[in-house]
Design a protein around this ligand. Structure first.
Ligand code: CU
Length: 125
């Protein structure tokens, strides 16, 4: 492992191209799968009867808005450490994330009963 290929410009550029390709493929895949856009906003559905947030994991940029939508009928809430929707049976709740970070949230009704209705929003710069 004494510098194998370290001074070989072909190997170095190939590795660079490969890592760039992997990085962009990963980013595209993540955003495509986890950030469904609905007229400009990222939407999370509160699914019944599954009792899950869909998608449960989101990755967004600073300043983007997330909208949670209740399908209607079942009471849920969206509760973060510093803000919450309150319990509702229909309608929607919006929040704009201005700060980079990882924000976990839950529906307190369906974590108290062991259903594990939790979600996460990751905000990147
Ligand atoms: Cu719930």
């Amino acid at each position: 492992m004494a510098g194998r290929g370290r001074h070989d410009p072909v190997t170095k550029s190939m590795l660079c191209a490969l890592s760039l390709a992997l990085a962009s493929a990963g980013l595209v895949g993540c955003r495509g799968n986890s950030s469904p856009k609905d007229s400009g906003a990222t939407v999370v559905r509160l699914e019944d009867p599954e009792l899950v947030f869909s998608p449960g994991h989101l990755s967004i940029r600073t300043g983007e808005k997330v909208t949670w939508r209740w399908p209607g009928g079942t009471a849920h809430n969206v509760t973060f450490q510093n803000f919450a929707s309150g319990t509702m049976t229909q309608g929607s709740f919006d929040h704009v994330f201005d700060q980079v970070g990882t924000y976990r949230y839950e529906c307190t009704l369906h974590t108290a009963d062991g259903k594990g209705m939790v979600g996460e929003v990751v905000v990147t710069p």
